[in-house]
Design a protein around this ligand. Sequence first.
Ligand code: SF4
Length: 113
Amino acid sequence: MPDIIFKGFMYLLSLAQSGDQHMTHVVTSTCVDHKYQECVVVCPVEAFREADTYLVIDPDECIDCGACIPECPVDAIFADTDVPDEEEYWIERNAVESVDAEIAEGDSPVLAD
Ligand code: SF4
């Protein structure tokens, strides 16, 4: 099993087993092919990670402050409890894809306006 899948699985398993109420924020599909950087700049804990065409949030780093939500020009960021039903698969994508991704520095190219 690839390491990234194993770590994502273990993360989800640990939440299920512990009943952990840890919350996080989540980047969803409207970030894809935009990758604006305003959210990264305001994050106090460097929780954003780089994917090729979008950003994700590392749930182990996010302190749930909400500062990034109003900064996103395409309304891509939600608290995990507020993610629209059709976007819920992004909760797992953020957790899994952030494991081995580079920390976002806020200087990636914006892909499209
Ligand atoms: S909610 Fe706060 S800590 Fe979490 S990603 Fe957004 S700015 Fe960073």
